[in-house]
Design a protein around this ligand. Structure first.
Ligand code: AFP
Length: 344
């Protein structure tokens, strides 16, 4: 049957359908809705940043030694408060906080949410793409990794860390919201990847792409080549070969925004590879396993692609610390496998 021009499916409607079909439960539906609400608020803050004096740095440095931007701090508050008031989350872990926190018992639910409220925030002052990334787990009190024994942490903090340190394989849901020329919310609940665009007229996310499949191969590479001299020789050779025009006379194209959500979203739709390698200075690369690499790897696999640390599947890695970094190579199956061969 032909779809009417006026027939739209909102994120809320889509989530209710998934709940009716038994793919997700009512609690999870509420958690995802509250995340989408946080994303709408952040989208509006990002759009008005220079008008409402929210550009620039806050003056603090986060646990990872990075300068916090004003919008990093505000977005973290928006995300945390949307999740707390949903009443359905038990523990939340943010890239911007030192340790994961338990939501006060009177409101708390069970789900564990990990998030990076505003990734790529160094792009904000130039009004270039940024995004939020999130992942949702079920509680798991069994310690899956050797997370060491930090005696400065109390029992609740220890329990929160144990629950958060789960491999990406355990993710129930992952998604991101991209703040760009349009606001795009991409989601997987473990049954394909769906994309919703924020309709500024209705203020609602509207389903625009179903069951996204990443192309099997693609001639775009996305790496910060400024780090080239610090890379391993095998990786240098791989990159050099991508630039070789070969018999077709067409080398790969380079595209790099410096905002994982933007670079990933393009890779998902057009195919190719995104990489953040280890180098002489940063032996595990820059990207965080829990808030960046695992959720993106879950999404890419759901779209038929691959997420690797160069040698193994990112989703198989169990974090031993909450802010752990790992190298990331993600995108089209053939491109990631080709890179793995160079690094082997
Ligand atoms: P910022 O939030 O500090 O801008 O970092 C963004 C990020 O974590 C990720 O989104 C980018 O892909 C990556 O860092 C860019 O890092 P380089 O600036 O080293 O290329």
């Amino acid at each position: 049957t032909k779809k009417s021009t006026f027939e739209i499916q909102t994120l809320t409607g889509w989530l209710l359908k998934q709940e009716q079909a038994g793919v997700i439960d009512a609690e999870l539906t509420i958690v995802i809705s509250s995340i989408s609400m946080a994303c709408k608020q952040i989208a509006s803050l990002v759009q008005r940043a220079s008008i409402s004096n929210l550009t620039g740095v806050q003056g603090a440095v986060n646990i990872q030694g990075e300068d916090q931007k004003k919008l990093d701090v505000v977005s973290n508050e928006v995300f945390s408060s949307c999740l707390r008031s949903s009443g359905r989350t038990g523990i939340i872990a943010s890239e911007e906080e030192d340790v994961p926190v338990a939501v006060e018992e009177s409101y708390s639910g069970n789900y564990i949410v990990v998030f990076d409220p505003l990734d790529g925030s160094s792009n904000i002052d130039a009004a270039v793409s940024t995004g939020s990334i999130f992942g949702i787990y079920s509680p798991n009190d069994e310690c899956l990794a050797d997370i060491g024994d930090d005696s400065t942490l109390d029992q609740t903090e220890q329990r929160c860390i144990v629950n958060v340190c789960q491999p990406g394989n355990n993710l129930l849901v992952a998604g991101y919201c991209m703040y760009s020329s349009s606001v795009i919310f991409v989601l997987t609940i473990g049954k394909g990847v769906f994309s919703f665009s924020l309709d500024p007229m209705y203020g609602e996310f509207v389903l625009t792409q179903e069951n996204i499949q990443i192309p099997k191969a693609g001639k775009i590479y996305s790496f910060n080549e400024g780090n080239y001299q610090m890379w391993d020789d095998k990786l240098k050779k791989y990159i050099d070969d991508l630039k070789d025009p070969g018999p077709s006379g067409k080398p790969y194209s380079a595209r790099y925004i410096g905002s994982l959500v933007g670079d990933f979203h393009r890779t998902l739709l057009y195919g190719g590879i995104y990489g953040y390698p280890r180098d002489k200075k940063s032996k595990n690369g820059k990207l965080r396993l829990l808030y960046e690499c695992a959720p993106m790897s879950f999404i890419v696999e759901q779209a038929g692609g691959k997420g690797s640390d160069g040698h193994q599947r990112v989703l198989d890695i169990t974090p031993t610390e909450i802010h752990q970094r790992v190298p990331l190579y993600i995108g089209s199956v053939e491109e990631v496998e080709k890179l793995e061969k160079y690094l082997a």
